[in-house]
Design a binder for this molecule. Structure first.
Ligand code: HXC
Length: 299
């Protein structure tokens, strides 16, 4: 595990639910939360996958990771599973809305069911889980923290992943709206918009061709020249779930090596210009400027 700047017990006393915790980013972050003292609950659709993830996340400690088979699209199942956590373990302190579905496809080719499979997992799933935890926190006078895993498409949209972009934008709106509505109860809502971080399944889905020129994940389009790591995502997650940032709410924080800011409308491609080329560019522009001045004087 990479070096951590946090006290080993910074999340002691935290009970954290990660939806979609059996795979991908949720699974990757879980072990770091456990290592910093949290009790972690993983929800997902496949119990065998969740059990494997729990084994990995617990790092040999027993009684620290629990799993339940829950489809977050089903509001009633979410509520029942939330009751099981409350009754059998105690109130959650934090929810990570991480469950997502996504695939790259031309939008005109999508069936209604395809749109719903992706959008309802992200949008309805995040609402169902947030609502089930939030109304319990409010009823019991407890503070809470909600962290949603979004993407930078919430600001830009994205072609070929339209159901995901739409649904994630809706969760971004939920984050800002409930940050205001629930602030007086001590409930914080924030979101993370990570850039590409390799996890097997998402990588395969988002890079569907062998061509390195296709897909949302090429390091050469990222100003920092590399993809992100689970350790970096975990560090920000630990900070956001900790008591160190009680005044932070309503924010969606991008952590993408600057990728979203390096669009084609900017001069991002100039990061490839060498020092010598910059000297040549400067000489060329000085010469052009002198020629223009001379022309104006003559005129
Ligand atoms: C077109 C597709 C399709 C595809 C499925 N469908 N895959 N259509 N292109 N590639 C259609 C099916 O034909 C069906 O419609 C409908 O979608 C539902 O498919 P099911 O398989 O029955 O649904 P379900 O089992 O609920 O699966 C949902 C899923 C699946 C989204 C399709 O991929 C899934 O469960 N994924 C969960 C994990 C995941 O996707 N993680 C990625 C997150 S990455 P019809 O009409 O035929 O019945 C991410 C962004 C990372 O969020 C960003 C990094 C830069």
């Amino acid at each position: 595990m990479a070096k951590s700047i946090f006290a080993p017990d910074v999340l002691e006393g935290k009970r954290v639910l990660i939806t979609g915790g059996g795979t991908g980013l949720g699974r990757g972050v879980a072990s770091h939360l456990v290592a910093h003292g949290a009790e972690v609950h993983l929800w997902g659709r496949r119990l065998s996958v969740l059990e494997e993830a729990a084994e990995e996340a617990s790092g040999g400690r027993s009684g620290r990771v629990f799993v339940d088979s829950v489809d977050v699209r089903q509001g009633d199942s979410v509520d029942a599973a939330m009751s099981r956590i409350w009754d059998e373990h105690g109130p959650l302190t934090s929810v990570i809305n991480n469950a997502a579905g996504n695939f790259i496809a031309p939008t005109a080719s999508l069936s209604t069911r395809a749109f719903e499979a992706v959008s309802s997992t992200v949008m309805n799933g995040s609402f169902n889980t947030t609502h089930a935890a939030g109304r319990r926190w409010i009823a019991e006078g407890l503070p809470g923290s909600v962290l949603s895993t979004l993407t930078t498409w919430v600001w830009t949209g994205s072609a070929f992943v339209v159901p995901s972009a739409m649904a994630k934008a809706a969760v971004h709106a939920m984050t800002m709206s409930l940050a205001v509505e629930w602030a007086r109860y001590g409930i914080r809502l924030n979101a993370l918009a990570p850039g590409p971080i390799p996890t097997d399944y998402a990588w395969e889905m988002l890079n569907p061709t062998d061509s390195s020129a296709v897909g949302a994940t090429q390091p050469d389009q990222i100003p920092m020249g590399r993809v992100g790591t689970i350790e970096e995502l975990a560090a920000l997650t630990i900070f956001l779930l900790s008591d160190a940032c009680d005044y932070l709410t309503g924010e969606t924080i991008a952590m993408d090596g600057g990728q979203r800011l390096a669009g084609p409308g900017t001069f991002a491609a100039l990061t490839k210009v060498t020092d010598q080329e910059w000297i040549d560019i400067r000489e060329t522009s000085k010469a052009a400027s002198a020629a223009s001045k001379a022309q104006r004087t003559a005129g």
